[in-house]
Design a protein around this ligand. Structure first.
Ligand code: ZN
Length: 155
């Protein structure tokens, strides 16, 4: 007999656990990467994001941290989805993700694996876990824009 089809909840849980156990883009970036850190004292989550972004977009991104599966999976998904996007597009994604979790907005198609975190919206305490990496990302994008090359040749 074939195994029963997993429910959406189970599928989502598998996606979250997969990102938690096999985090994407995990580690640190050296060189001229920007480093930003944040924490969620309610849960004890810590997230550090390293990124390299310029007018061509988010070229490199990595994260490190510790905490619950929601915070770490959200960070892993974030790096997967944001890498290669323009800074504006990364901010749009952050807005769409927050709208889903805070306002209960329908997930936009572009959210990818992040849709798996939709159910977190029902648990306000866990929403802080899921949003932590995004708040850190936004700080990093702001710093990247502030220090973006102006096109002058400093060589
Ligand atoms: Zn947490």
């Amino acid at each position: 007999m074939p195994a029963p089809e997993p429910s959406f909840d189970e599928l989502y849980r598998e996606v979250i656990i997969d990102h938690y156990r096999r985090p994407r883009n995990h580690g640190h970036l050296n060189g001229n990467a920007i480093h930003v850190e944040g924490m969620n004292p309610v849960c004890g989550d810590e997230i550090r994001i390293d990124l390299v972004a310029d007018d061509q977009g988010v070229r490199e991104i990595a994260f490190d941290g510790q905490g619950c599966s929601i915070s770490q999976a959200s960070a892993s998904m974030l790096t997967s989805e944001v890498k290669g996007r323009s800074v504006a597009s990364a901010r749009d994604l952050s807005r769409a993700f927050k709208a889903m979790l805070i306002d209960g907005a329908l997930p936009a198609g572009e959210l990818g694996d992040l849709v798996a975190l939709e159910g977190v919206a029902k648990f306000p305490v866990r929403v802080k876990c899921a949003l932590l990496p995004w708040n850190v990302l936004e700080q990093g994008l702001t710093q990247a824009e502030a220090s973006a090359p102006t096109g002058e040749n400093h060589a």
